[in-house]
Design a binder for this molecule. Structure first.
Ligand SMILES: *Cc1c(COP(=O)(O)O)cnc(C)c1O
Length: 405
């Protein structure tokens, strides 16, 4: 099949469905799934050459055409030169650390990031002599003050899970670069549909593609996006040795997911905004955490940074007199639902209701949880594609029958 290269200047929506390796000789219109561990070489000399330069396909730990198509599409969406796909979002952060850090190095990280991210930096990387200082999500002065001569990496996530706290990517990039360090941003929540951290100065964009990129809660996947000198030259060799590769089938599922990412993000974000406004009118609730609400502390920054949209995750606090009463109320609201999924995931077309304090953030110490602002009365709702009225009715079943106030 002679392949026609895509013209320059295409819009992101077009790149999301068109960017891939050229089709095989059969001319398939839907990208092929290459379920193979090894690749037959034409002769021993070619094999020797391919193994030496690791450009062509030899073994799927070092490269697979389906995974390569996903990487090309991801890079096109994030506006970076390259991308490297990983088995999960956490293994993307593992790859980031293995590629950039060594014993004696120092990292500055927001204390509001994903629970497993905190554990990876605070416990696992610490075993290898990498120290991490955790700072305020929202105050760049704390990041600046935490810098040390051996600070190599600033790690941010915005908006954060589950409170939707927003950090200023451009400000953090300036702080990192002023200190000769790199800024990595976890863009799982906003996705490139709403936010492109590289355009704001981030050096590496990290993803849990398990979430909106797959979009239907089927497979786990992750990625790092960035310039070639990092993705190809720094992370590529670590990946080939350490092997946290994405399985071809999972890559294919996410590749297909990316084709509808923009439609889903806009539709789910719109539903989340409607529900957030409705939640703000409910007397049973304390704060509602959603960036599009004018009551959100970083509302203006979020709207500027996220294409004017809040994303599809919101959280709310139930009013209660004690942590025990708050937890009982939260469990009641969750257990009263009949449509929503009681699960710990987000980015699915099925709306998911979660109690962060006992699930996603359950492994943190109470002090770490307090610092991250995750109370016992907090409920997270990852809004999917159901009818908004059915979601609010499902929440009302519990809200209107609360006994612990
Ligand atoms: C889920 C998630 C991760 C971890 O990704 P996995 O694919 O579960 O390994 C990291 N960051 C954020 C913001 C997430 O939501």
């Amino acid at each position: 099949m002679p392949s026609r290269p895509l013209p320059a200047g295409l819009h992101r929506d077009t790149l999301a469905v068109r960017t891939a390796l050229p089709p095989s000789q059969h001319g398939e219109n839907s990208e092929a799934l290459f379920l193979t561990s090894a690749y037959v070489q034409p002769d021993a000399a070619t094999a020797a050459q391919r193994f030496a330069q690791s450009e062509d396909f030899t073994y799927s730990r070092t490269g697979n055409p389906t995974v390569r198509s996903l990487e090309a599409r991801l890079a096109a969406l994030e506006g970076t030169e390259a991308a490297i796909a990983t088995s999960t979002g956490m293994s993307a952060i593992l790859l980031l650390g293995m590629g950039l850090l060594q014993a004696g190095d120092h990292v500055v990280c927001s204390r509001s990031v994903f629970g497993s991210t905190i554990n990876l930096f605070a416990k696992e990387f610490a075993k290898f002599g990498v120290e991490t200082t955790f700072v305020s999500q929202t105050d760049p002065a704390e990041w600046q003050a935490a810098l040390r001569p051996r600070t190599r990496l600033l790690f941010a996530e915005t908006p954060t899970n589950p409170l939707n706290e927003v950090c200023d990517i451009a400000a953090l990039a300036a702080i990192a670069h002023g200190a000769g360090a790199l800024l990595a941003v976890d863009n799982t929540y906003a996705t490139p549909t709403l936010q492109q951290p590289a355009a704001l100065g981030a050096d590496v964009v990290m993803h849990s593609a398990t979430k909106y990129m797959d979009g239907q809660g089927r497979v786990m996947a992750g990625a790092l996006c960035g310039p070639k000198h990092l993705i190809v030259d720094v992370f590529g060799p670590v990946m080939r040795t350490a092997g946290m590769v994405l399985a071809p089938f999972n890559a294919w599922v996410v590749l297909k997911g990316l084709e509808t990412l923009s439609l889903r993000m806009h539709a789910q974000s719109e539903r989340a905004l409607t529900i957030a406004h409705w939640l703000e009118t409910r007397p049973e609730l304390g704060r509602v955490y959603y960036p599009s609400l004018p009551s959100h502390p970083q509302h203006a920054l979020a709207m500027r940074q996220q294409s004017g949209q809040g994303g599809a995750v919101l959280s709310f606090d139930l009013k209660a007199d004690s942590p025990e009463a708050a937890r009982a109320a939260a469990f009641h609201v969750i257990d009263s639902t009949r449509v929503l999924s009681v699960a710990t995931n987000l980015g699915d077309t099925k709306s998911i209701i979660t109690h962060p304090a006992t699930t996603s953030h359950g492994r943190l110490t109470e002090a770490q949880r307090q610092a991250a602002g995750i109370g016992q009365g907090l409920i997270r709702l990852a809004v999917g594609l159901e009818h908004v009225g059915d979601i609010t009715d499902d929440l009302l079943r519990g809200l209107t029958t609360l006994t612990t106030r």
